[in-house]
Design a protein around this ligand. Structure first.
Ligand SMILES: [Ca+2]
Length: 421
């Protein structure tokens, strides 16, 4: 302290308004702990989980993504509306392979969107297989981010802009990502095949934003036109909320994604557009040397798709079932937390078993409390009219259990008191 009135007032200001765990811990994931620092708080995922602390996912578990795609895409001079069509992705984190499917997508644009693999590459970056000294995108962004990508095709100079917004994790831990696509794509003859060689892309990391820029070559093979070569230039940035209060040293300012086994396909009959890409993230350089060392890094291990591969010395490794699964690592099984009495669902909630987890589903008229294991009345039960209190709205749906209404029934008070907070 210097005694300067200016400085002391500044210090006083920052202290009073400092965001602390005591006030903001609810912003952390249930699977995180909160730490206070001189300038504010940060959330950190607990051991066995990964993420940015605000959202944490179990290590080793496969990840699902779902969302909607909308926008207008011009194929040649034909505009095609994409009207909230479904996007689903599934990522086997243990080998870094990301599968993306968009349906139903109509025919001219379905063929023409085959080279637009960057839509699926986002999920590859978020949940890439990590080589030493690197971290997959989700550890930086969590589930809330905005990704802007600009794709410019050659030789036709068509431009396509892609915006993908991460909207959080839903109740099943699936990542919600909506996409808006606008612009032009080159025409591709129906029945053509698109192939893309493996490539490397370098991501630059700055506070709260990651960027990359690359040129991709791809070939279109069709009966009528033979083999044609194209390229596109991709420029993208991904913005997210960063927590720097802990003054941690960034892992690396640049990381490299190796994309292999790139596969794109349009199935006309089902109107489904599919991308599959294997993604490995590493420091910039020749990652093949590291991959030779251990099957965990090469993705050639035999761990279950719901297990984490833990590298040991040389070629040795260990498979560990993800949190929520049990087994020897080669074979993992979902734990039925409801049947095995492992759930901590409170009153007014029903236990629902899910792969890798479980959920406490609130009875009608109740909503999730802070920790999502407890359910609290949607309206203050003290002010509820007697008719509503008796649950007339519930009667048609299921048998009213008097335990739902602790104010009326008091003989079993032990069960009905813990929920009032
Ligand atoms: Ca389960």
């Amino acid at each position: 302290m210097t005694g300067s009135p200016f400085l002391s007032s500044v210090i006083q200001y920052t202290t009073e308004n400092k965001e602390t765990c005591a006030r903001f811990q609810t912003q952390c994931s249930q699977n995180a702990f909160c730490s206070d620092y001189a300038t504010g708080f940060c959330c950190h995922c607990q051991p066995g989980f990964y993420g940015n602390g605000r959202q944490c996912l179990p290590d080793g578990a496969p990840q699902r993504v779902s969302g909607k795609v909308s926008g207008t895409v011009m194929v040649g001079s034909t505009p095609v509306e994409l009207n909230n069509i479904d996007l689903h992705a599934y990522i086997v984190v243990g080998d870094g392979r990301a599968y993306t499917a968009i349906s139903e997508i109509p025919e001219p644009v379905g063929w023409a969107m085959m080279p637009v693999s960057p839509i699926g590459e986002l999920f590859g970056w978020l949940f890439a297989l990590e080589l030493p000294n690197s971290q997959a995108g989700f550890k930086v962004t969590g589930a809330e981010f905005s990704r802007h990508a600009e794709v410019v095709f050659s030789p036709g100079n068509q431009r396509l802009s892609i915006t993908q917004t991460g909207r959080g994790l839903d109740e099943n831990n699936h990542l919600s990502v909506d996409a808006v696509i606008h612009g032009n794509v080159p025409f591709i003859p129906p029945g053509a095949e698109v192939t893309m060689e493996p490539f490397k892309e370098t991501y630059q990391y700055y506070p709260s934003v990651a960027t990359s820029s690359s040129v991709r070559e791809f070939s279109i093979v069709s009966a009528e036109r033979g083999i044609e070569s194209f390229t596109f230039h991709l420029k993208q940035n991904i913005t997210y909320r960063d927590c720097r209060h802990d003054n941690r040293a960034p892992t690396s300012e640049t990381l490299q994604i190796n994309m292999e086994r790139v596969f794109m396909m349009y199935v006309k009959e089902e109107q489904i557009l599919r991308y599959a890409i294997t993604n490995k993230i590493s420091p910039v350089g020749d990652s093949s040397v590291v991959e030779l060392l251990n099957p965990c890094y090469a993705g050639s291990h035999d761990c279950d798709t719901t297990a984490q591969c833990i590298p040991l010395e040389d070629q040795a490794f260990r498979c560990q079932c993800a949190t929520g699964y049990s087994g020897d690592g080669q074979n993992c099984y979902d734990i039925d937390e409801c049947a095995e009495g492992l759930s901590s669902c409170g009153d007014y909630s029903q236990c629902l078993n899910l792969p890798g987890t479980h959920r406490c589903q609130c009875q009608s008229g109740f909503e999730s409390g802070y920790n999502s294991h407890t359910c609290v009345g949607k309206i203050s039960r003290n002010t509820l009219p007697v008719f509503d209190l008796l649950g007339l709205n519930h009667l048609n749906r299921h048998v009213v259990n008097i335990h739902y209404f602790p104010h009326i029934k008091t003989t079993n008070s032990s069960k009905s008191t813990q929920n009032s907070a």
